[in-house]
Design a protein around this ligand. Sequence first.
Ligand code: CA
Length: 221
Amino acid sequence: MSLKILLVEDEPRLAQFLNLELTSAGYGVTVCNDGMSGLMSVRQLDPHLVIIDWMLPYLSGLEICRRLRQTGSKVPIILLTAKDRIADRVAGLDSGADDYLTKPFRVEELLARVRTRLRNLQNQQMLRHASLTLNRTTREVFYETHLIKLTVKEFELLEYFLKNPKSVLSRQQIVKEVWNYEHLQNYNIVHVYISHLRQKLEQHNPQRLIHTVRGYGYILR
Ligand code: CA
């Protein structure tokens, strides 16, 4: 699965050049030539990263950053601009851009910054414990190199444990977090799912990872 980048740049030659460079670096690139279509495309495409030129027709790059952050979008944004006064840099970063690159720049520098931004993102998307890896983007779980097929609820249950390793999680916390049940008297569902999850995890690793804390809940360690 290639990572999606949206490029919003109104200079056709620069847009074409960057598109080519980013595509050959392995990214899935979409190009928009003005601010309005750029903003709409962020919402439609849900890209992993956005590169936006400051000066754009209809809606400036700065305004796109502001609107995206106002509506809660956390997509990493790299702002491109010919402006290089300190005040402009500050305004750019204040608008919610994560990074700022002054034109003219070398494409290698842009590619390096893209990699940095996406690495941070990818790290957040991976949860690990011992030899177990859970990828929140592809929704895959691996024990070493073995793919472990989980149902949606088993995945969410494991994700909750991996977010809280070495902590005792009560059955009540688990049903609230994984099933969204506020009040539940019977915790059989948790018991059943934990045993399915253990069976699948222990196929490749006989050592138990999810332990029962008698009369209370479970712990991953
Ligand atoms: Ca421009």
